[in-house]
Ligand binder design. Structure first.
Ligand code: DGL
Length: 263
């Protein structure tokens, strides 16, 4: 076994990064995960780009001073589409970003009609246009930038009901366009894939970035000198969830179910 377990820092505006952390835990079981949620700045979809960049770089670099980190996962589409270059410039540690999984969706779609559910900021970003132009030029991409879904998911994780009738109305453009593939372009959304599948039963393929991000992270850890077999053999423990602002203990049950402890 390497002298110490790999350390991965997962960053999001809220608890969405836990959907990525879940995949990291499966693919790199020996790693110790620290999930940092900027709940004081949540939601990023409503913030100016400069604010998202400043908060992301400030909070991540502050965390790097606290303990060793081998790979940083910027587990937020809204932040990754603007803050990746600044974060990479601020540290030598490898940074994995999360952007909407347009490329795998285009590889899967049969009828070339793809739905993208994301935050209003992500659906507006030029970065997204670039992805579509590069990988899905022959597809019709139906975009819904939902202003409230991240907040609903944060509340649902604290035991509040999901407003499904309102969510169902927001998904109507996907039904009307008969998309066969859905991209979940916000890391909060895979936490409620079951609800979304129930509301859009005709969609054949559901795509998010979690498994691809975990594969990329595993590769970067290998490059950093960790042994692949050891990383996959030993079950890690001590996953921590940190918050930038005050938080109530009603989230603990949700964190516990994913193997995280609030600090
Ligand atoms: N999980 C973030 C994302 O992937 C949520 C963004 C927000 O805070 O608006 O986009």
């Amino acid at each position: 076994m390497s002298p110490r377990a790999p350390e991965i820092l997962v960053f999001d505006s809220g608890i969405g990064g836990l959907s990525i952390a879940r995949c990291l835990h499966r693919q790199v079981p020996a790693a110790r995960l620290t999930h940092l949620a900027d709940n004081a700045g949540f939601p990023y979809g409503n913030q100016a780009e400069e604010t998202v960049i400043e908060r992301t770089v400030g909070l991540v670099t502050e965390q790097l001073r606290q303990r060793p980190v081998d790979v940083i996962v910027l587990a937020c589409n809204t932040a990754s589409t603007v803050a990746l270059p600044a974060l990479r410039a601020a540290t030598d540690i490898p940074v994995v970003g999360v952007v909407p999984a347009i490329k795998p969706a285009a590889a899967l779609s049969g009828n070339r009609r793809i739905g993208l559910l994301a935050t209003p900021a992500t659906v507006r970003r030029p970065y997204l246009e670039g992805l579509i132009g590069e990988f899905a030029g022959d597809c019709r991409i139906v975009r819904v930038g939902h202003p409230d879904l991240v907040t609903w998911i944060e509340e649902w994780a604290r035991g509040r009901p999901m407003p499904e009738p309102a969510l169902s109305v927001a998904l109507q453009p996907f039904r009307e366009a008969a998309v066969d593939t859905m991209v979940l372009g916000c890391t909060h959304y895979p936490l409620i894939t079951g609800v979304l599948q129930r509301l859009l039963p005709d969609v054949r393929f559901w795509v998010d970035s979690g498994e691809a991000i975990a594969r990329r992270t595993l590769h970067l850890l290998e490059v950093a000198g960790f042994d692949r077999e050891e990383m996959q053999r030993y079950p890690g423990s001590g996953h921590r969830c940190l918050f930038s602002g005050p938080v109530m203990d009603d989230i603990d049950h949700f964190l516990d179910a994913l193997g995280f402890v609030r600090e």
